[in-house]
Design a protein around this ligand. Structure first.
Ligand SMILES: [Zn+2]
Length: 340
């Protein structure tokens, strides 16, 4: 009897320690310690022993049971730990792993320049005003002193939608809307897209950008215009920049001027950038035509004003040294990346 218990115990212990899963371990428990298990069978067979040997045999069987139960519990703890480790390993998410960084975008050079210009004029008290890109003939031409038979209409090839509705060819249209609504003093800046039926080439595009400024108040003179534009030129082309006015013609200003800035590349001596002249044309300007003020319900004997229009695309090209207007519109990523 004692021998049988020892064999069973040794065999079972070997199976327990080599058993790989908890369910296998349960099978062993049932097969050895269960109600119909092998050790239980040995216990039952005690009744065949002589009575004086039974207590000793009972002790041996119980000791074996206790030993096996402990072995099973120990193995179970081990297997549970192995299983837990495996789960932790399998289900691990490494949140520190390097992600592919999304490419960060940048502002378009035109946007960069528009922001700089509007910031500059805001700091001088100009109000930034928006106006429609689709305009009526009245606001785009008539009110700006360009009646139907005016030769100036031929200066611009306009996109007409109907006989009376068009894509605005100049941001000045928005100034008329402002002057109709607001009594002087007026100090406004209107940046925006304008449209003309031009073939696209290095210096022309059917859509381009203007930034137009307007000041109307009592006693405004050309000196005020010159003063503001000097500040503007010094801000964008360098501290020592000078400006000069050349006589010009626009229907909505009288007198009208083209404004040049001294070339910041060569300091006025003449170079490739200024085509040897020492000057770079930067904008058009003038004193608001009396007829325009009158059309907007402002008395030209009481108020005067000046207006100026900057070609945003042109200024952007000058500042960033871009050679062709086309590059600004083609949106080639390799080109745009330089401004990030
Ligand atoms: Zn130069």
């Amino acid at each position: 009897m004692e021998e049988s218990v020892k064999i069973l115990t040794d065999e079972s212990e070997a199976k327990i320690s080599s058993c790989a899963t908890i369910s296998d371990l349960n099978d062993i428990r049932v097969r050895v310690l269960g109600k119909n298990g092998e050790l239980t069978a040995l216990l039952k067979s005690m009744k065949d022993l002589p009575p004086e040997k039974r207590p000793q045999a009972g002790k041996i069987v119980n000791a074996a049971r206790e030993k096996l139960e402990q072995a099973i519990a120990a193995r179970q703890a081990e297997l549970e730990q192995i299983e837990l480790d495996k789960r932790l390993r399998d289900e691990k998410i490494d949140i520190s792993i390097d992600m592919r960084q999304p490419a960060s975008g940048g502002l378009h050079p035109l946007t960069i320049m528009r922001n700089r210009i509007t910031e500059f004029f805001s700091s001088l008290g100009f109000v930034i005003a928006d106006s429609p890109e689709i305009e009526t003939d009245y606001y785009n031409f008539e009110a700006l002193n360009i009646p139907a038979d005016h030769p100036a209409r031929e200066m611009q090839d306009t996109f007409f939608i109907t006989e009376n509705i068009l894509l605005r060819s100049q941001t000045s249209a928005g100034q008329v809307r402002m002057m109709e609504k607001v009594k002087p003093p007026i100090k406004m800046l209107s940046p925006g897209r304008v449209f003309r039926a031009d073939e696209a080439d290095a210096t022309h595009s059917p859509v381009f950008h203007q930034v137009e400024g307007l000041v109307v108040d009592k006693g405004i003179t050309m000196c005020d215009l010159k003063g503001i534009l000097d500040l503007f030129a010094q801000k964008f082309f360098g501290k020592n920049t000078k400006t000069r006015f050349r006589p010009s013609y626009f229907p909505f200003t009288e007198p009208s001027v083209e404004v040049d800035a001294s070339c910041s590349q060569c300091g006025g001596k003449g170079c490739r950038v200024c085509k040897g002249t020492g000057w770079i044309e930067i904008l058009g300007a003038g004193m608001v035509n009396r007829n325009v003020l009158q059309n907007c319900g402002i008395n030209p004997d009481e108020y005067t004003g000046f207006a100026f229009g900057v070609g945003l695309d042109r200024i952007t090209n000058i500042i960033f040294g871009i050679n062709s207007l086309r590059t600004v519109f083609e949106n080639d990523v390799r080109f745009l990346k330089q401004f990030n």
